[in-house]
Each structure stands twice: as C-alpha cells, then as structure tokens.
Design a binder for this molecule. Structure first.
Ligand code: 26A
Length: 370
C-alpha cells in the first residue's frame, strides 16, 4: 500500500507529512533531537521536589516522569516546538533566504511530530526526519522559574536516530551540496557516529563544522564522544556553565577564567588544518568571549563582545535563548559575515527570542541591521 494510505488509515499516524519535497540545495545542515517542549511555570519547591536545578538540562529518570502529566494538566501549559539544534535551525532559517536550512533528527508518528512540523513550516524550515513507526516523539518539560529554565527531556524517538538515515542517497546528496554544518552537542547522547560522519565529510571538503556543547552534562558525562568530535570542529559554541563543566572534566578545574578554557579547546588537534578553530562562550548578560587559535603563528586571538541589553521586564522566558544566539550566529556565517558581525546577529536574535514564548521568533519578521 502506498505510504499515503497507510498513514491515513492508521489513527496514530500524522496529519502532516514529515518529509518535505527537498530542494536538495541547502547551505546549512543541522542535526539534533527534535523535541516538543511542554512549557509551564514552576516554583523552586517544585524543582526541589524533583531534584532539578534552576537552570539546567537533564535526561529524565523514572522519578521525573510525572512532570509531563502534571505539565499537560496545568491550565497555563504551552506546547512549543523545541529541540536545541532544531531551535537554532529555525532561527537561522528565520534570517536566511527560503530553503537555506535542512534539519535532521528522529520523530514518531504522532500529534507531537505534527506540532513540530507545523512550527517548522511557519518558519520555512525543511526537515528530513527519520520517522519511527512505534516510538513516540521526544518531549522536554521546560520548567520556567523567573528568568531561569530547567529542562527535563525524555528523548524517545530521538534516541533511535541512525547514521544510515544520513547516508540515504537523497539525504547524502543534500549533505554534499551544503557548506555549513551545525550539530547540537545533545546529539552526542544519541549518535556520535552520525556526528562523526558529518565531521569527517566537512573536514575533507573544507566545509565549516560547528558544534554546540548544549549542556554541562555533555562535557561532563559524554567526554569521550565529545573529545572525539572536537577534532572536526571549526567553531565551538558554549555558555559559561558548559565551559566550567568542560574545565572540570578535562583537568582544568583550577582554570576559572573562560578565556583560558576557550584557549585550551581552540588549540586542540584539528583534522582540517586549512581553517583555524574559534571557541565562543556566551555568559548570559555578560560579554561574549571568542578565542581563535591561529595555527600559522601559534597565537591566540581573543575578542569580547557586549550583549544586546534588554530590560528584564520585557523577558517572556529564556527557554531557547542560547539556541537563538547560535542560529543567528550561524546564519551570519552563511551570509558571509565576519566573526564580529555573526556574533552580533546571534545576540540580536537571542534578544528577539527571549521576548517570545519558548524558542520562537516574532512575526511579522524583523530584519537585522547593525
Ligand atoms: C538530550 N537532551 C537532553 C536534549 C535536550 C534538548 N534538545 C536536545 N536534546 N534537552 C532540552 N533540549 C531543548 O533545549 C531547548 C532550549 O535550549 C529543549 O527542547 C528546548 O527547546
């Protein structure tokens, strides 16, 4: 039976179709865990009850499972498209011309995946999801507590993503035509092999390979796959707590200066020696630090950029702020902007996103001007 009919007959199947007719020429390829965010406000006592920090991202254990039901029963719950790299991909596509970004990840066949497709369609983001028949789409409880957000994720379908999906002829054709790759470090919990496949390709073809640390638990508990991935990176993006977690797990615990931590990462061995590596650390409202290791001179170039200040009364929530920064930044690279221009665009997009509910961007579309 043709897939169209099976999907209409099976009630679990989706209304929408997750494989878009791909144009095949995308400048930017992103890979991550497509999640639906179940976002609601909580207080400190709620976080304490579930052993959650105010600002963190974790993979759920059994004890956290009631959170999802409690969230869905909350009259003020908001269901918004999430997944860190998917948020960045939507952000980059928000800025770039149509059909610039293609996003890979795994989803189930359910209304959650429909919601993601709906949001992606709104931004014109094309996806090449690996669709699983019998595993639900992943979800993330985004627990908002003032200007903090605590993320508790049940990966479900995301966990089943396979490198073979990237190697399907139509997908690999898109990969071969792209020039930029953006990887959510969160995906190191799923398929380091898929990441390595893209990293090797990017290094061999002298394309730009960007990895975001995503959360402190990645450098802390996924040290080996992260270390293996770093040799392919041209650009590393992380925030201050992820930088500290990296320092702690790499024998740099006495190094509290983010510049020193950035230097250590920037100078790590590199497969593609035609490009220098730059490490970018955001620090909330503090200035963003960028350190490039210049291989030719064996010197470091250290730059600092102030953030775009926003009156805290105007903050809706900070869920997805870092992803928005990364999306705006990488869109800048695709547009041919320099490091300073790309970072500034990232900060602009983060400022827009924190005024929206969840990892979203305003309509009518706003245009970046520096
Ligand atoms: C593997 N884990 C834990 C995750 C995530 C994640 N995205 C991918 N993998 N945990 C939380 N998120 C997403 O991060 C965004 C905010 O930066 C949430 O879905 C949220 O939209």
């Amino acid at each position: 039976m043709p897939p169209l009919f099976t999907s209409l007959i099976n009630p679990r199947n989706t209304r929408l179709f997750h494989t878009t007719t791909l144009k095949m020429t995308y400048q930017l390829i992103a890979l991550g865990n497509p999640l639906l965010d179940i976002q609601f406000n909580v207080d400190k006592a709620y976080l304490d009850k579930y052993d959650l920090k105010e600002n963190d991202a974790i993979l759920v254990e059994e004890k956290h499972m009631p959170i999802f039901g409690e969230g869905l029963a909350n009259p003020n719950v908001k269901l918004v498209a999430g997944g860190a790299a998917q948020n960045s991909a939507r952000g980059a596509q928000y800025i770039l011309p149509p059909k610039s970004v293609l996003y890979f990840g795994a989803v189930g066949k359910d209304v959650y995946a429909d919601k993601l497709t709906e949001a992606n369609n709104k931004y014109g983001l094309d996806t090449a999801y690996q669709v699983l028949d019998d595993v639900p789409t992943g979800k993330c409880a985004a627990l908002i507590n003032g200007n903090n957000r605590s993320l508790a994720t049940d990966l479900s379908a995301c966990n089943h993503f396979k490198p073979a999906h990237l190697q399907k002829p139509e997908n690999w054709a898109s990969i071969e035509k792209a020039s930029y790759f953006y990887i959510g470090g969160f995906h190191l919990t799923v398929s380091p092999e898929a990441i390595e496949l893209l990293g090797k390709h990017a290094a061999k073809e002298n394309k730009t390979f960007v990895v975001n640390f995503s959360a402190p638990f990645i450098p802390e508990f996924f040290k080996a796959p992260l270390d293996n991935t770093l040799k392919y990176t041209d650009i590393v993006i992380a925030n201050e707590s992820e930088a500290a977690a990296y320092a702690k797990s790499h024998g740099l615990e006495n190094t509290t200066d983010v510049v020193e931590i950035a230097k250590a990462i920037a100078a790590l061995p590199k497969v593609n020696t035609k490009k220098d590596r730059t490490v970018i650390f955001t620090q909330g409202t503090e200035e963003t630090v960028a350190v490039t290791y210049v291989q030719a001179t064996k010197e470091y170039k250290v730059q600092k950029f102030p953030v775009h200040v926003l009156d805290s009364k105007l903050i809706e929530d900070t869920n997805g702020a870092g992803d928005a920064f990364a999306g705006g930044f990488i869109a800048g690279l695709v547009q041919g902007k320099d490091l300073a221009g790309s970072i500034d665009q990232g900060q602009w997009l983060a400022k827009l996103s924190i005024q929206e509910v969840g990892p979203s961007f305003p309509f009518p579309k706003q245009t970046y001007t520096n």
